[in-house]
Design a binder for this molecule. Structure first.
Ligand code: CA
Length: 229
């Protein structure tokens, strides 16, 4: 049976979530403080964490970050404020999902089930693990050629994907546009290095919280680009 930890200081909400999850066959524990919740999330064997943002002790931002350093279990973050959800996404804490309160408990249950199924498939499949690169909020599954940004899958064209992967696999190195062009587009192809600029722009629109202030792909003026880690 899957064990779920709810870290939530509003007892009525925590109880409601617990009731619904228990009806669906989950074992559920509640922590009403951030600090206590973090200790339990790290020290005990939970399969999934439902994490409120504003909590006494330690807030949800820090808890999510700490959990991610040690565990891959799904984390669903909840907040009363839509603005906070945008902020969490922007920070790239590695949460798997986000919900804005108030939400319907059945929606929560549906998401919990979906995340656990996916997680269990990954962990328990016995198949060789996919080759995955994770850099802050970005996850690139090289085997499946799929990319997620803060838990949300994004679609890339072949060349956008190739360029993103090349930069992510060579982090903190500055590449000239001409070098990137040679690397990603074949040598014979007649092209313009402006193609690189266009592709970088498209990639940024998909991975950056704010394309004007990129957190991942930096422009090194007069030289080229660098994937910052
Ligand atoms: Ca709260």
């Amino acid at each position: 049976m899957s064990k779920i930890l709810i870290i939530e200081d509003e007892v009525a909400i925590a109880d409601l979530e617990k009731d619904y999850l228990e009806l669906s066959g989950f074992e559920v524990e509640i922590s009403t403080r951030g600090d206590e919740g973090l200790v339990r999330a790290l020290g005990e064997d939970f399969n999934l964490v439902i994490l409120d943002l504003m909590l006494p002790g330690i807030d949800g931002f820090d808890i999510c970050r700490e959990i991610r350093q040690e565990k891959n279990i799904p984390v669903i973050m909840v907040s009363a404020k839509k603005d906070d959800i945008d902020k969490i996404r922007g920070l790239g804490l590695g949460a798997d999902d986000y919900m804005t309160k108030p939400f319907s408990p059945s929606e929560l249950v549906a998401r919990v089930k979906a995340h656990l199924e996916r997680y269990n498939r990954l962990v328990g499949s016995g198949l060789p693990k996919n080759d995955v690169i994770e850099i802050r909020g970005i996850k690139i599954d090289k085997t499946a050629r799929r990319v997620w940004v803060n838990g949300e899958e994004k679609t890339f064209t072949t060349k956008e994907y190739d360029l993103l992967l090349f930069l992510a696999e060579n982090p903190n190195r500055v590449f000239k546009k001409a070098e990137l062009f040679r690397e990603i587009w074949d040598m014979e192809s007649v092209g313009d290095i402006a193609t690189v600029t266009v592709h970088i722009k498209k990639i940024r629109e998909k991975i950056e919280f704010d394309s004007a202030k990129p957190q991942y792909i930096e422009t090194i003026w007069g030289v080229g680009y660098r994937f910052k880690v």
